[in-house]
Design a protein around this ligand. Structure first.
Ligand SMILES: C[S@@+](CC[C@H](N)C(=O)[O-])C[C@H]1O[C@@H](n2cnc3c(N)ncnc32)[C@H](O)[C@@H]1O
Length: 285
């Protein structure tokens, strides 16, 4: 019952938070999409070969996917990245020359990788909402026949993005070393039993030079002792109400200690009270 209560609260109670974090997500998902849709020749060569003549496959793991609020961001950012390749403008002409058997979608995505987004969460109730979110974002669910979940041509008028969802925990990821090109965690390291173990696991399953998109609320810095004290005082209650969520974790330090590089921005999210202090970045393995 608790599982279902918390999933429903996350599904319907996060609008203010999502509105506040929107500019940060827009920027970081755009950077991630641009990284993932680089032409294979310009990449590190790590993308899985999709088979004879097929485009390479890029894989993203979202840990603690929750109700799937980020699926809409993959969709928006990937559409923009596809448009940025110029593939969209070549679509009509390419389809015309190739004749009626070549679909516009296939022409639009020529040369682009296929994307697989794996969402993992220990909560079955969260995963049910996440499935709805993936379909609403135009993703194809693994196991579904045909194209986009809404019956359309996929994301951005053609990019093939497959979503799969599995039950599991961040501390013991059921994947091989270096299996993913990137990982995503948003508002998860506050809740997992051991952020250090989770960050090490993420580093294990992301390939060398792969990316980690991370957005987390954190403990206020020592220079703000009153807020820090309030966060510690309220953490026991928060843990009860919000599935183990701690207000007083130094997640930025844990990210660095785990060996992730790149820029990790520290900022306050306006209107979020004791949840205001945040860290966010697109980190490098
Ligand atoms: C506050 S919600 C955030 C969900 C989503 N990432 C978002 O941005 O809305 C925290 C999520 O972490 C999941 N979670 C809790 N413990 C976890 C663990 N040990 N491993 C992976 N996910 C976990 C919860 O089930 C929940 O979906």
């Amino acid at each position: 019952m608790y599982d279902s209560y918390f999933a429903t609260a996350m599904r319907y109670g996060m609008d203010d938070y999502e509105a506040a974090i929107r500019p940060v997500k827009r920027q970081l998902f755009a950077e991630l999409a641009s990284y993932l849709t680089r032409p294979a020749s310009a990449g590190s060569g790590s993308g899985t070969d999709g088979g004879s003549g097929s485009p390479p496959i890029r894989r993203v793991l979202e840990v603690g996917v929750g109700t799937g609020p980020n699926y809409a961001w993959y969709s928006e950012a990937l559409s923009a990245a596809v448009a940025g390749t110029g593939a969209g403008t070549a679509t009509a002409a390419t389809a015309e020359v190739a004749g009626p058997t070549t679909t516009a979608a296939a022409a639009a995505t020529a040369g682009l990788p296929r994307l697989q987004v794996v969402g993992l969460d220990p909560s079955p109730a969260m995963l049910r909402f996440a499935e709805e979110s993936a379909r609403a974002a135009g993703m194809r669910l693994a196991g579904d026949a045909g194209g986009g979940g809404d019956g359309g041509d996929g994301i951005g008028g053609g990019l093939d993005v497959e979503a799969s969802l599995i039950e599991g925990s961040a501390e013991a990821l059921p994947f091989a070393d270096g299996e993913f090109d990137a990982a995503v965690v948003t508002l998860v390291l506050c809740s997992v039993p051991s952020p250090a173990v989770a960050l090490a696991e993420l580093r294990r399953v992301v390939r060398p030079a792969g990316r980690l998109l991370l957005i987390e609320h954190v403990a206020a810095p020592p220079a703000r002792p009153l807020l820090r004290l309030a966060q510690s005082a309220l953490t026991p209650l928060q843990r009860l109400m919000a599935d183990g969520c701690c207000l007083n974790r130094d997640t930025g330090a844990a990210v660095r200690a785990a060996g992730w590089g790149g820029v990790l921005r520290e900022f306050d999210l306006e209107g979020m009270s004791i949840l205001a202090p945040h860290v966010a970045g697109l980190l490098v393995r």
